[in-house]
Design a protein around this ligand. Sequence first.
Ligand code: G4F
Length: 271
Amino acid sequence: FLHYGDLTDTGNIEKLINPIKPDEIYHLGAQSHVRVSFDMPEYTANVDALGTLRILEAIKDSGLPIKFYNAASSEMFGSSAPPQNEKTLFHPRSPYAVSKIISYYTTQNYREAYDIFACSGILFNHEGPRRGESFVTRKITLGISRIKAGLDQKLYLGNLEAKRDWGFAPEYVEAMWLMLQQPSPDDLVIATGETHSVKDFLGESFNYAGLGDWQKYVEIDPRYYRPAEVEVLVGDSSKAKEKLGWEAKTKFNDLVKIMVDADLKQHNPKV
Ligand code: G4F
């Protein structure tokens, strides 16, 4: 059943939790765009940092044995050297990352102070055909399908040198669920352990779509640069492997194929 809610509205969250009496809460709500967080830092902090606090307060006050999953983020590691794991120091590079660090420590604090079964998943970038259209992987695969359909001639992007550890979202959702099925709550890194640049994604996807050299189609638009960038993310999820038996199955090349195929179907129904 779809209930309406708002992470900035404390009373509304309390009014939802008490009658629903959920066994588990997967808290994925956020202003999740890193670039946008520089334009709307206060709103981002209100939703991403205080939103988590509001849910945890409501859980505490309800007295119900609710298990809580908090979506933390690999962005929290920022400019800390890779590979990044649960012991890596946070060095945030955006208002989004700072807000996620607050949500991470709030979750840890409610676990320790009030014995709430509360975990944070530190998920590295997870992608797929349902990825929002303004995130770089989907922007590229959607751009390819629009170029192939004759709707666009160019694709405008920002920093192509950034490297990310890109995995397949459905597998990451399974990891979230597994975290709440454990005997005790813990914080875990979820990642593939591989890293690729935006340029690598362009090369692989344009080639797979049969368009050839991506450089013929891509232009740089400085509007997409960020005031501070996260250069390299590579996750070490060996703790998740040991505790959950979880490992990423879909690696970079297959992820690119899944996303290109899905978007080509959208604009080229015969493909
Ligand atoms: O796809 P992105 O916007 O993802 P980003 O910033 O890594 O954040 C995503 O993953 C995080 C997990 O680590 C989540 F917490 C967060 O909510 C979000 O889902 O950008 C990836 C890289 C960046 O370095 C960016 O500068 O791609 C670069 N990039 C280059 N051109 C671009 C573009 N990013 C976007 N969105 N749009 C561009 O045109």
